[in-house]
Write a new protein. Structure first.
Length: 462
């Protein structure tokens, strides 16, 4: 539970859609106007260009993933508590620092990436590795799913908090010269809230004590043991990175997750563009619904993402990791193919939910697969290598969306701002599917094993 809450406390990355809207649509009077042109001189944060708006999410996400390699290795040595505590402090303090840099896109991006991003990575590296050590290997998918669901759910409390302060202008105290600048104050409150929730949780994430015996589940002697329920040899990171399977899983993250990253980081804008709200062409009967849904896009993506994470992990324990891969790749490709045709608020929200559920599923299936392939003793560092691919997806997806927006603007087709992005995502998903089909458990030499596991004949590398 402490691991879930620690991830829950630092979910600010998945609320970027709200912060991005504030930077893009806030007028000089301090209030948001959804109809302002991107390059309008009336924008309060006019220093932010279209591509700049994708940078904090993309670079911050990549940084948070990259640092997991080192944070994971560190927690393998000293335990999770101190590492998570440092991460929570960095995330909360970083959000507060960003509040003073909202008119400086590159300084904001630097602090968001190097302080907030690294802090998120420090937190994310630890709870799964600690939690799986308390349970039998047959529960890896379920444990991974529940723990990482906390990260996906982080936007569930941070998103509405942002909406309250940003959209309703409910938080007026300020040390700035403009009394209605709620973006800055929102970031300060978020930072303080992250610290208040995350610090107590961090202090309660611990590894099992020495001599702890994992409870053995009841087994049916007449049924064969599933591959993902068997104990696995722990492989050191030096040996792990020499396998093509490690880089196949890295690439699956980078390619497949780009579609989800694109939709999550632009969910509110997709609703505006494809419903016709932004261009003022929306049918009268849909206008009220679209406007209302704008305020809940971040919580909807959060719940859907977390649901996919929990379900993906548990289902992978039952039907196998690769079968989950096949299902979610197929669903996501079909969804991306039709997404540009979703032109009513209900269709858009349903398409977004589906995107986030199958995106979340890979976030629990893949860490379970890493544990199946490479064991738990060096899990923090091993998963960190693979997880960097997810960070790369946060650069690829939003930048494809930014390019797609520029392409539509150049062709004077604002209603097709995401058309190219959806179809580019299909290509990436197709490549990822091929990798998912080809990947299999690697074989190793006995000297690659870093625990007391003895490799069987079918596990030994020739």
């Amino acid at each position: 539970m402490a691991g879930i809450i620690s991830n829950f406390s630092v979910g600010i990355l998945y609320t970027w859609s709200n912060l991005k809207d504030a930077l893009q649509y806030t007028a000089k009077n301090g209030f948001q106007d959804n109809t302002l042109a991107i390059d309008s001189a009336d924008r309060m944060y006019s220093a932010w260009g279209q591509s700049d708006l994708a940078l904090p999410y993309g670079i911050g996400g990549f940084t948070s993933a990259f640092i997991v390699v080192f944070a994971g290795a560190w927690q393998d040595k000293i335990g999770p508590t101190k590492v998570i505590l440092i991460g929570v402090l960095m995330t909360g303090v970083g959000a507060i620092l960003c509040s003073f840099l909202t008119n400086h896109p590159y300084l904001f991006t630097f602090v968001f990436a190097m302080v907030v991003g690294n802090g998120i990575g420090f937190v994310y590296a630890c709870p799964r590795a600690a939690a799986m050590k308390w349970f039998h290997p047959s529960k890896k998918g379920m444990i991974n799913g529940l723990v990482v669901a906390g990260f996906g759910l982080g936007a569930l409390w941070l998103g509405p908090l942002e909406t309250l302060f940003l959209k309703q202008q409910a938080f007026m105290w300020t040390i700035d010269s403009f009394p209605h600048l709620s973006l800055e104050n929102t970031l300060r409150v978020l930072g303080c809230a992250i610290l208040a929730m995350g610090i107590p949780a961090a202090l309660n994430v611990v590894n099992p004590p020495a001599g702890y015996e994992v409870p053995e589940p009841e087994v049916n002697p007449n049924k064969p043991v599933k591959e993902n329920a068997k104990k696995t040899a722990s492989i050191g990171t030096a040996a792990m990175v020499k396998t093509w399977q490690a880089w196949a899983l890295f690439s699956i993250y980078a390619l497949y997750c780009s579609a989800g990253a694109m939709v999550i980081s632009n969910s509110s804008d997709i609703m505006r563009v494809q419903s016709g709200l932004k261009a003022g062409t929306i049918a009268a009967e849909y206008a009220e619904t679209a406007t209302a849904l704008l305020g809940v896009m971040v919580p909807v993506t959060s719940i859907s993402n977390a649901t996919g994470r929990a379900l993906g992990g548990m289902i992978s324990d039952i039907i196998g990791r690769k079968n989950v891969y096949y299902v979610i790749h197929t669903i996501q490709a079909i969804n991306m193919f039709f997404f540009h045709t979703y032109d009513t608020p209900v269709k858009i929200i349903l398409g977004t939910i589906l995107t986030c559920v199958v995106y979340g599923s890979v976030m629990s299936t893949t860490p379970s697969l890493v544990a199946d392939y490479f064991g738990l003793k060096a899990y923090g560092a091993n998963y960190g290598v693979v997880y960097t691919g997810w960070g790369l997806s946060l650069v690829i997806g939003p930048q494809i969306a930014a390019y797609s927006n520029r392409l539509a603007e150049a062709n004077n087709a604002p209603g097709e701002a995401y058309f190219f992005a959806y179809h580019a995502a299909i290509v990436l998903i197709a490549i990822s599917f091929v990798l998912a089909f080809l990947v299999k458990k690697p074989k190793f030499r006995q000297e690659d094993v870093i625990d007391d596991y003895i490799l069987g004949p079918d596990e030994l590398k020739n």
